[in-house]
Design a protein around this ligand. Structure first.
Ligand code: URA
Length: 314
């Protein structure tokens, strides 16, 4: 092929690539308009970019720490165009749509762990800020009557890692069980009981309180088998009356009110990613594009999270 012909083909390929990029950007804008998110309130933009919760973002704006196109904005209703405006917090540009988020919910009883229920039952999507954080998915499940800590993320890889038995991420449950739990039952729970013909992995178990007729136990397990805690306790003769999850890896439920959620930040977020054997998104981007993880959304990887043939419940 002659030199001129090759140059012409190269120019044509470049023009086609530029056209595809323009079309993709136009499609992204249309998507945003379709979701009625365009333009978007500044605090929503900051929350969706993973800077802080919506309330945290409002404080940042009120404190004069946010600039839009070079001008400090303190008015909360200010609207921004996520694709064309430059937003900075403390002098650093906020990258739109690039940063995954992790949220912790104190799940109340009576709602199911799914983002949609076709029979109209109350589900976690009803109490989570799904418009602020599109693509949010629960990491594992809690039974309808189980309360406590349920993590959500837009980061599919994080979800998969946290649930994978290989990473041994500890979940701590507080179970109120019927009866007075004796030493033998405690050691069985700790050493392993048979569920579906397979021994549970060693667990840490302690008595928190004896109530006379009931016992409050704390169980730290790292597996996530179907109804695991209830079945373990039942196996040793003590039916669970109430179950609450109080920790997931390094994240603790703490004083988060029932039905409320919070955005994980700073040290806690870092520790969670590390417990999952992953770098944080900031660490991954600092390590350069070659080291960056794929940032699949949970919705696209649900199949892997709830792997076929294996019922996962955390
Ligand atoms: N184990 C259970 O039995 N139920 C839950 O909801 C979580 C763990």
């Amino acid at each position: 092929m002659g030199k001129i012909k090759r140059a012409q083909e190269l120019a044509k390929a470049e023009a086609e690539a530029a056209e595809r990029a323009r079309a993709a950007q136009a499609a992204a804008r249309t998507d945003l308009r379709d979701q009625r998110d365009y333009p978007m309130r500044l605090q929503k933009f900051l929350a969706r970019a993973g800077v802080a919760s919506r309330r945290g973002s409002e404080s940042l704006i009120s404190a004069g720490r946010v600039e839009v196109n070079g001008l400090t904005v303190t008015e909360l209703g200010t609207k921004v165009d996520p694709l064309n405006d430059e937003v900075m917090v403390d002098g650093r540009v906020v990258e739109w749509g690039s940063k995954p988020v992790v949220l912790a919910l104190n799940k109340p009883a009576g709602i199911i762990t799914t983002m949609k229920d076709y029979s109209g039952r109350r589900c976690v999507a009803d109490i989570m800020p799904t418009d602020e954080f599109p693509g949010l998915f629960p990491i594992g499940r809690l039974d309808i009557d189980t309360t406590g800590l349920l993590l959500f993320s837009t980061d599919g890889e994080l979800g998969n890692h946290l649930l994978h038995p290989r990473h041994h991420v500890t979940k701590v449950y507080r179970a109120t069980v019927w009866g007075d739990v004796g030493e033998v039952a405690l050691s069985w729970l700790a050493e392993g009981v048979l569920i579906d013909d397979r021994l549970t992995a060693p667990a840490k178990v302690k008595v928190v309180k004896r109530l006379g007729g009931k016992t409050i136990l704390e169980l730290a397990i790292h597996e996530g088998r179907y109804h695991q805690v209830k079945r373990m306790c039942e196996e040793v003769g003590h039916r669970v009356e109430q179950l609450e999850r109080i920790a997931f890896g390094p994240v603790e439920l703490g004083g988060l009110p029932r039905g409320s959620w919070r955005v994980l930040e700073g040290r806690e977020l870092e520790e969670l990613y590390h417990a999952a054997g992953l770098p944080t998104p900031d660490e991954a981007s600092q390590a350069g594009p070659g080291a960056a993880r794929s940032n699949a959304r949970m919705g696209e990887t649900q199949g892997a999270t709830d792997a076929p043939g294996r019922k996962i419940e955390q």
